[in-house]
Write a protein that binds this ligand. Structure first.
Ligand SMILES: Nc1ncnc2c1ncn2[C@@H]1O[C@H](COP(=O)(O)OP(=O)(O)OP(=O)(O)O)[C@@H](O)[C@H]1O
Length: 514
């Protein structure tokens, strides 16, 4: 009896398989005389004497260590496994450099009597490889041929599609033909036929996708059912940095194949008579200008933003305005504490939509499936300002920057305490008359992760705000990196209204406050 022997795992013993010891013991599958496949703790261990003869290089040491005839393929990298005509095929994402993975495969022949245990073994392998993530996701893929420097289509075919196919993702690909088309596609999408909308683009296309889903009569259901994801092919790829932990198209593809559905806070912006959704940021002042007023410097690539920022910093630009804020958490120690609590909070996605205790008048929690966007708790920009909002008259504002995610660009972790579904926006305000040297220090602190701690950085978690520019004929307001009219606007957040895929199921990949 297996249970008599303390060294045998009863769940995996060969009696359970009712088969010859030489074929399947525990998690090991013998494939031919000189090879075996073993389910390890977090990797598939492939032992094959042919490796030694074939390739001694171990791909520049990119795989975890092994001897000359073994390879450890992390379960995270396993894309698919199947048996067809007595041949087992294992497809996986193989690193070819630190920032690139490519689809690769291993094939072994199985003898007829071993077919049934092989099927069982494959199921185990796939369960371990996918964990909480859904297998065979169905994707509406949008490729913006004009994203970034115009390489999205090339990258899709080279870096993205082969991995999706290897993972048996069901693909329905469409190239966008004009600005705004992704709004129309998402508005009309048959949401029962897909699990995710994948934008091969910058941050502009996911912004359109959220807004298209938000325009539907069943917006609430669509936004919670369909995961909106980005594969980085644009000039601004903040969404992928935060959710996939990378701005590499192939690594991001692997991240979404293994991604876990996670509710995402979305923000309603009202301006004039319009209401739009924002998922990333709202900026007025130096950050908005550095981004939007430097379109003519596109040739500079990422340096364009830094250049624009430095020029304005040296000019000590100021942006007078009135700001009204519904503050939720006002001081940095409490914000840090809030972040730590959420880090340790592992409640399921179903518990992360809508405010449970904070606001009993919250509409995103209570309405049914067929509802459109939740009603606005604080009204629109055209309504009377709620009485309990804090009003600040700023003559010397240098930067108004409100974020819903940590990274605003690769290596620019402006909002380290931001969380996917805490129901708060993170608001940074900085005076425009701080010394030039202090401003430069702030800029460098963004890269080193110390920005949050700088005393000149005023940091609040907020539920809503209204911004009214003063004494300026024109200027720049950026919503998710797109320019909107230079007019007053109001924002309020809806807890967990949208859905994205994350690696952890509840956190961003940007490091939290140190
Ligand atoms: N075929 C097309 N022609 C022109 N514009 C398009 C097309 N398809 C999509 N767009 C628009 O391109 C805009 C920017 O897209 P995206 O974010 O993918 O790229 P980006 O390079 O990061 O952006 P940006 O140009 O804003 O820096 C979106 O607003 C989208 O509507």
């Amino acid at each position: 009896m297996a249970s008599d022997n303390p060294f045998v795992d009863p769940a995996g013993s060969f009696e359970e398989h009712g088969r010859d010891h030489s074929f399947a013991i525990d998690s090991t599958l013998s494939v031919g005389r000189n090879a075996s496949l073993t389910l390890g703790t977090d990797s598939l261990i492939v032992l094959d004497e042919a490796f030694e003869k074939r390739d001694r290089s171990n791909c520049c040491g990119l795989w975890p260590s092994g001897t000359a005839n073994t390879r450890a393929i992390p379960f995270y990298n396993i894309l698919w496994a199947e048996i067809l005509d007595f041949e087992i095929t294992i497809q996986y994402a193989s690193p070819t450099s630190k920032t690139v993975v490519r689809a690769a495969e291993l094939k072994y022949t199985i003898e007829a009597p071993n077919l049934e245990p092989t099927h069982k073994w494959i199921n185990k392998l796939l369960d371990r490889s996918y964990g909480e993530s859904q297998k065979n996701k169905r994707a509406k893929v949008l490729v913006n041929p004009h994203s970034g420097k115009g390489s999205a289509e090339k990258w899709y075919h080279r870096d993205i599609e082969p991995l999706l196919k290897a993972a048996r993702v069901k693909i329905d690909m469409q190239k966008t033909e004009y600005r705004g088309e992704a709004i129309e596609i998402s508005e009309k999408l048959d949401i029962e036929a897909y699990d995710m909308i994948v934008s091969c683009s910058g941050d502009g296309l996911p912004h359109e996708v959220f807004n298209g889903l938000g325009k539907r009569p069943d917006a609430k259901k669509a936004l919670s059912k369909i995961a909106v994801v980005q594969l980085p092919c644009g000039s601004g790829n903040a969404m992928s940095c935060n959710l996939n932990g990378t701005d590499s198209a192939s690594l991001a593809t692997l991240a979404i194949i293994k991604g876990i559905p996670t509710p995402l806070d979305l923000i309603s912006i009202t301006q004039g008579q319009t209401r739009t959704l924002s998922f990333l940021s709202q900026a007025v002042g130096i950050v908005a200008e550095s981004d939007l007023a430097t379109e003519n410097l596109r040739w500079m690539g990422a340096a364009r933003f830094t250049y624009g920022f430095l020029v304005r910093l040296l000019d000590q630009m100021m942006y007078p305005c009135d700001i009204a804020i519904k503050v939720a958490i006002d001081d940095k120690p409490s914000i840090r504490e809030h972040y730590r609590r959420e880090q340790n909070n592992h409640e399921p996605a179903s518990e992360r939509r809508g405010y449970k205790h904070l606001l009993d008048d919250d509409a995103s929690a209570s309405s049914g499936n067929e509802d459109g966007l939740p009603p606005l708790r604080y009204g629109t920009i055209n309504d009377k300002l709620p009485e309990d909002w804090e009003v600040i008259h700023y003559d010397n504002l240098g930067n108004f920057y409100c974020g819903n995610m940590g990274y605003m660009a690769a290596d620019a972790n402006f909002f380290s305490p931001a969380l996917p579904n805490d129901g708060f926006m993170d608001l940074v305000t900085i005076d425009g008359d701080v010394s030039r040297i202090a401003a430069l220090r702030m800029m460098f602190a963004v890269e080193t992760g110390k920005f949050f701690d700088i005393p000149l950085v005023r940091y609040r978690k907020v539920l809503g705000f209204r911004l009214t520019p003063r004494n300026q004929a024109d200027g720049y307001i950026s919503i998710d990196g797109e320019r909107v009219p230079f007019e007053p606007f109001q924002a309020e957040i809806h807890k967990g209204l949208g859905t994205v895929l994350t690696k952890s199921g509840h956190m961003y990949e940007a490091p939290g406050p140190i």
